[in-house]
Structures are given as C-alpha cells and as structure tokens.
Design a protein around this ligand. Structure first.
Ligand SMILES: C[S@@+](CC[C@H](N)C(=O)[O-])C[C@H]1O[C@@H](n2cnc3c(N)ncnc32)[C@H](O)[C@@H]1O
Length: 225
C-alpha cells in the first residue's frame, strides 16, 4: 500500500530544533540582537541568585556557550553540553577565548550519559519550547532532574503572552503553525512533580509581554519537608 504523502518519514527528527544547527545556522545564532542577549542574561542571573556559587552546573544545551561563559565568570564550575557539533565547536572557541577551561561534551538531553545527581544545578535554556509532545517534554525533564542533585533551571514559552496569542491567531487563520510550542506553567510543574521536583520561583522579563519564562525547580525531600 502507498504511504500517505504527508506522513512523516520514520527517520525524520521529532522536532526541527534537534537538527537545525548546522555550521551556518549555528554561526547565525551567535549574531542575535545584543539587547535580547542581555535581557536573557538578566533572567538567568535572577534565577542563579538562588544558586550557591560553589555549585557544579550543567549547561545543556549550551549552544555557542554564552551562558556557560557568563556562569563560569561568576565562579560556577560549569560543564557545557549540546547535540550539535557545529554549536559545540563554537562553544569551545568562545570558552577558550575567555581563558576558561569548562568541559564541552556532546549530549542528547533526552538521553544524558551522566550518572544520577552528577551536577548540583542543571540549566536548560531555550530548548523546551522546541519539544512538540508531552512525551518528549517529560523524557527531557526526567533526564534533567535525574542528573541534578538540587536545582533545575528551565526556560519555557508561556501561552499567557502577546507573542503566543499572535502565533495561535496566525495558525487559526490558516497561517503556518509556529514550530515553537508554549506550555502552561501548571503543565511544566506537572512534569517536574513526576520527577520529584517542585517549583521555587517562575521568572519573566515582563509577564504577558514576553513569552520566555525561566522556572527554578528544586528536588523535594532532601531540600524541602
Ligand atoms: C536556541 S539554542 C539555545 C542554546 C543556549 N542555551 C543559548 O541560550 O544560547 C538551542 C540548542 O539546543 C540544541 N539541541 C537541540 N536538541 C537537543 C537535544 N536533544 N539535546 C541537546 N541539545 C539539543 C541545539 O543544538 C541548539 O544548540
């Protein structure tokens, strides 16, 4: 029987962000608006105000290493990891250019090779919104939580924002659906609760105006009654 022409190939990646970053797109990602970079950095700094500087931190995905560098310069012992070879090459350059010596490793966030609780804190910035299904979201959260001893800091796109409403409207009116997925905080909290973590605080640059949120989760039991 003929295969339906619109059926995805069995070899297709589950989401485009998994394979998007080749040498060209990885370089282009480094040229993002500096004001946006500074705003994102401030968001990360607000969450890391809760994280002791003695913590071993895993930055996954590290992309070109901008947050690895920022955290290492604050004194954290940071390991950088990503799936894209092109991004890993840029991260190595960026880290070396700053005179830092952070390990940079190829890892898939859905199948990390680190033993349980290898890091005190795990940062996962600007990846979760690429995940198209609850199964992938839960699988990634399970892995982030498994390797984190205390904290996981995760960015996600909130549906309660102008950008998300606009994307939904475009799709409803027949436009191209966005490959970026927003997830309500209660759903994000559910994935973490399943993995034994609870929300400490949710940060946003400007709630409703900005879709990017950053949530700080902590392991329940060892750190909370
Ligand atoms: C938008 S970039 C963000 C990188 C970095 N956190 C930053 O903010 O600069 C998304 C990154 O996720 C990486 N990525 C996609 N799927 C991944 C996976 N399953 N495991 C690890 N990294 C992945 C891509 O290679 C890319 O570097």
């Amino acid at each position: 029987m003929d295969q339906c022409p619109s059926a995805p190939s069995p070899d297709a990646p589950a989401y485009r962000g998994r394979v998007k970053y080749d040498a060209r797109t990885a370089r282009r990602y480094q040229q993002r608006d500096p004001a946006r970079h500074r705003a994102e950095l401030r968001l990360v700094e607000r969450a890391f105000a809760f994280v002791p500087v003695t913590h071993r931190v895993l930055d996954v995905p590290c992309g070109g290493g901008r947050l690895t560098v920022a955290l290492a310069q604050k004194g954290y012992d940071v390991t950088a990891a990503d799936l894209s070879d092109a991004m890993l090459a840029i991260a190595r350059e960026t880290i070396a250019a700053q005179g830092l010596r952070c390990p940079v490793e190829k890892q898939d966030v859905e199948r990390l090779t680190y033993p349980d609780r290898s890091f005190d804190t795990v940062l996962c910035f600007r990846l979760f919104h690429h995940f198209p299904t609850p199964e992938i979201r839960q699988r990634a959260v399970n892995e982030l939580c498994r390797v984190a001893r205390q904290f996981v800091v995760l960015s996600y796109f909130s549906p309660m924002s102008f950008t998300s409403w606009r994307r939904k409207l475009v799709a409803t009116l027949g436009g191209r659906p966005s490959p970026k997925h927003s997830t309500p905080l209660r759903e994000v909290k559910g994935y973490f609760a399943n993995a034994g973590f609870r929300l400490v605080r949710d940060f946003a640059h400007r709630v409703v105006l900005h879709t990017l949120h950053l949530a700080l989760f902590e392991r329940v039991g060892d750190f909370w009654p």
